[in-house]
Ligand binder design. Sequence first.
Ligand SMILES: Cc1cc2nc3c(=O)[nH]c(=O)nc-3n(C[C@H](O)[C@H](O)[C@H](O)COP(=O)(O)OP(=O)(O)OC[C@H]3O[C@@H](n4cnc5c(N)ncnc54)[C@H](O)[C@@H]3O)c2cc1C
Length: 447
Amino acid sequence: MRHFVLVGSGIAALSAAEAIRGVDASARITLASDEPGPFYSRPGLAYLLAGALPERQLSIRSRADVSALRIERIDARVHQVFPALHEVRFTDGRVLGYDRLLIATGASSIAPGFPGADLDGVVGLDGVDDARALVTRAKKARTAVVVGGGSTAIELAEGLQARGVETHYFLRGDRYWARVLDPEESALVEAGVSRTRVTMHRRTEIVRALGRNGRVVAVETNRGDALKCQLIAVAIGVRPRVTLAREAGLEVDRGIVVNERMETSAVDVYAAGDVAQVFDPVLGRAVLDTLWSAAMEQGRAAGLNMAGMPTVFHRHVALNVTRLADIITTVIGDVGGIDDPDLITITRGQSEAWSGAGTGISVVRHDASDRIRIHLNGRTILGAVIMGDQALSLPLTRIIAERVDITPIRDALVERPEALASTLLDFWHSLHPWEHAPYDHHARLAH
Ligand SMILES: Cc1cc2nc3c(=O)[nH]c(=O)nc-3n(C[C@H](O)[C@H](O)[C@H](O)COP(=O)(O)OP(=O)(O)OC[C@H]3O[C@@H](n4cnc5c(N)ncnc54)[C@H](O)[C@@H]3O)c2cc1C
């Protein structure tokens, strides 16, 4: 009987376990994680923080589904991996042998660098423990400051505000999430944030956090102001948890480097999810994603390969559907983002593939409530940002993923941006006469 050891209890490890069990009914599967509790939706944490969902609704598998997997679960932290011995060691000294190992340790928030960042009350949002702690802290805090970019920063700001905490969102630069959004898109989100009564401060950063008895009581800003606050929530980027792999001598770049079968540089050791750096054939380089769907697909491919069913992982177009200040926003492929002073690395729910080679032009259609931007080069659409009405989400995802030659409509798109939606929909119907375009992407948020 082969023994598969999976490190982590996120969607990548779970998908790998399901894939292994699907292929090998008799395998021994051990899942080791320092995060006890049921499998849950990490993107759903924002809803928990805002009070929009109870914790039990974050669960992503029923008890019956989990017990059918027949996993041996070890709630402990893996401290070392010994690829030559085919063993892992836990922090409590236990040693466990494996035939095949998956490292699916995810990514963690980067700690801020300002003096006082180690005070009690400076927090991030990585897991359900953090969300619970934030809910508790929000009951006592009057004022909070949020720093960072991307969807997590907004989710933190809106969540705290929804819990009755007066919330200030500091942006280092002039606008929100410049790495992904164009200036108008940023402005739409910022207007939405302001409507929630979160106060935005542009070109503002914390120079130090001030404390009393080890707790945050105020921040000093680069503008010379001081603002009293009891909480500082930080979302300035995430880094893959690569320590185990690096110390085991595996090839590590920004993440654990894997080939198209999710194999690392060590025999019988695989990696998947936020921790893995995966080759993108379109971009011609290996990239990091912090996307739920990517982690799920990678975990599944890793599991199949571990169980002896050769499977090439085809990197899909990087896609996320999220709510930014109540505007449903889909980001697909390379959208030509620029540098973002609010983020040190990528943030949650983002892909390095969204900032491509810097080529291409943008065409925009904008009416009162909806906005579509496509980013295109000579013959293909590289990426898109769709805000509001999502009727074009599916067609655009497919057109981008399949690198459809858009030569027949390119001139029309560029010359008549106001007709962009109908031009694309007509083109889509001509390619797929039997498919309906509208697609409820938002349902995917339930994960
Ligand atoms: C607040 C938030 C919002 C998000 N929003 C979105 C979104 O809108 N869209 C989207 O696509 N994605 C979003 N994401 C990202 C998405 O959740 C991740 O891409 C996905 O969960 C990654 O899964 P994973 O299995 O690779 O890693 P994780 O889910 O991070 O799981 C890793 C697990 O490994 C455990 N672990 C780490 N080291 C060890 C060790 N040494 N020993 C034992 N266990 C260990 C960790 O405790 C954890 O349980 C969001 C994430 C967060 C936190």
